[in-house]
Design a protein around this ligand. Structure first.
Ligand code: DGL
Length: 267
């Protein structure tokens, strides 16, 4: 048991975006080792087919399980939307995912209705609406795909006129609905939080799945007695599938700190 508690947490994403989850995990659980996998050679997933995403997801799950992680976190909304059953079927350790975490947080907050924004694949899968309705069938859910947000964030355009106009355009139909809660259903969107809050106004609460999944992780480690007993500086290891330079540069923006221990996986 002690050896398992000392094992790292495995986190994976289609690329760089899942570092928003890693960042909140580092803050919430400062003594846990983390192994991150970002499929930078094959990103973006959000516009790919379900079968392709499921095959990629299987491969990454097996990679992390082979590194003896004690818990798996699916940080990518698109993978969680169409392949969570694959991950759960393969996994020998507990699995947490951003969609379940986001849906739970939204249902707790809302009194009126929930807006969900994400990649086309996530929105077309209807996974958020299904998760929300499984918790409370009476909640009104309105979903909107925002495909241009991912490239905007990768470009670092978090608060300029292009980003503002794009957000206004995407959110116009969402704001016509009766909602008081907006789920940021994509790894990249937490970086747009200040801009999105400005566009939707103070009456709508943003749900950042990165924060809620970190809370769920802490609760799961409590429940399972799996907190790392060693109170020393943790080890963070990053695996990517493309040459690591871009990941390192943009990743430090997502992470808010320098990124080291980076290795390229050649499949
Ligand atoms: N990680 C993806 C998500 O959360 C966004 C990037 C992609 O399209 O692969 O949906």
């Amino acid at each position: 048991m002690a050896a398992q508690a000392r094992s790292p947490i495995g986190v994976f994403d289609s690329g760089i975006g899942g570092l928003t989850v890693v960042r909140t995990l580092m803050e919430r659980l400062p003594f846990e080792d983390i192994i991150y996998f970002g499929d930078t050679a094959r990103v973006p997933y959000g516009v790919k087919s379900r079968d392709t995403i499921r095959a990629f997801t299987r491969q990454i799950t097996e990679f992390l399980l082979a590194r003896d992680v004690k818990l798996l976190i699916v940080a990518c909304n698109t993978m969680a939307a169409v392949a969570i059953d694959e991950v759960r079927a393969l996994s020998t350790v507990p699995v947490l995912d951003v969609i379940d975490a986001g849906a739970r947080a939204a249902v707790e907050i809302t009194r009126k209705g929930v807006g969900v924004i994400g990649t086309p694949t996530t929105i077309n899968s209807n996974a958020y609406a299904r998760s929300i309705h499984a918790l409370n069938p009476a909640v009104h859910v309105y979903s909107q795909a925002c495909p241009l947000f991912v490239p905007l964030v990768e470009e670092g355009w978090l608060d300029n006129e292009v980003a503002r106009l794009t957000a206004r355009e995407y959110l116009k139909p969402v704001l016509e609905e009766q909602i008081d809660t907006l789920v940021l259903g994509c790894t990249h969107y937490p970086l747009l939080k200040p801009l999105l809050q400005e566009v939707v106004g103070p009456g709508i609460q943003l749900v950042d799945s990165a924060i809620t999944v970190a809370e769920q992780t802490a609760a799961a480690l409590d429940r399972l007695g799996l907190h790392n007993p060693q109170r020393v500086a943790p080890h963070y290891q990053y695996y990517v599938t493309d040459v690591p330079l871009r990941f390192q540069t943009i990743g430090s923006r997502f992470l808010g700190r320098e990124l080291t221990h980076l290795e390229q996986v050649r499949w």
